[in-house]
Design a protein around this ligand. Structure first.
Ligand code: 5GP
Length: 131
């Protein structure tokens, strides 16, 4: 079981931002900016482009809803989307509220936020997802 499968199953704690039966969204533990969120399928697979077309389409629609919630919670120019998957072998999309293209640079230093700050960020996105 991948670490992200365990997160989606609630076996490892995470800062939940949104969920449905198939997909789960939670804060990246090493955020580039406030609101940096990961979106994953509950079904375990490594490579996003191994997903079947219809599952990939549903995944992207879920990511879109989460991105809308992020933008409401953290006003930004746009929410950027990135797929790397070099570290964790479980398909995931990074959603990152951008003020400029610099915010999408994964070589940037990561924010060091307290658990209270992380929880407040996740709660804000969650509340916007559910309106
Ligand atoms: P990637 O696989 O896209 O190259 O990088 C994996 C991302 O997942 C990184 O941004 C990293 O900070 C994040 N990450 C890795 N392990 C955990 C974890 O246990 N919990 C959370 N919330 N994020 C993680």
């Amino acid at each position: 079981m991948s670490i992200f499968s365990k997160i989606a199953a609630g076996e490892i704690p995470s800062y939940k931002c949104a969920e449905n039966e198939e997909f789960y969204a939670f804060l990246d533990i090493n955020p580039l900016v406030k609101g940096h969120t990961l979106v994953i399928p509950r079904r375990e697979m490594d490579y996003i482009f191994d997903m079947e077309d219809d599952e990939l389409a549903r995944f992207e629609v879920f990511a879109k809803k989460v991105a809308v919630a992020i933008k409401k919670a953290f006003p930004c120019v746009k929410v950027g989307q990135a797929v790397l998957g070099l570290e964790v072998p479980h398909a995931h999309i990074h959603l990152i509220p951008m003020q400029s293209e610099k915010d999408m640079n994964f070589a940037n230093p990561k924010l060091n936020l307290s658990s209270e700050e992380m929880q407040a960020i996740a709660d804000k996105i969650f509340s916007m997802y559910n309106v």
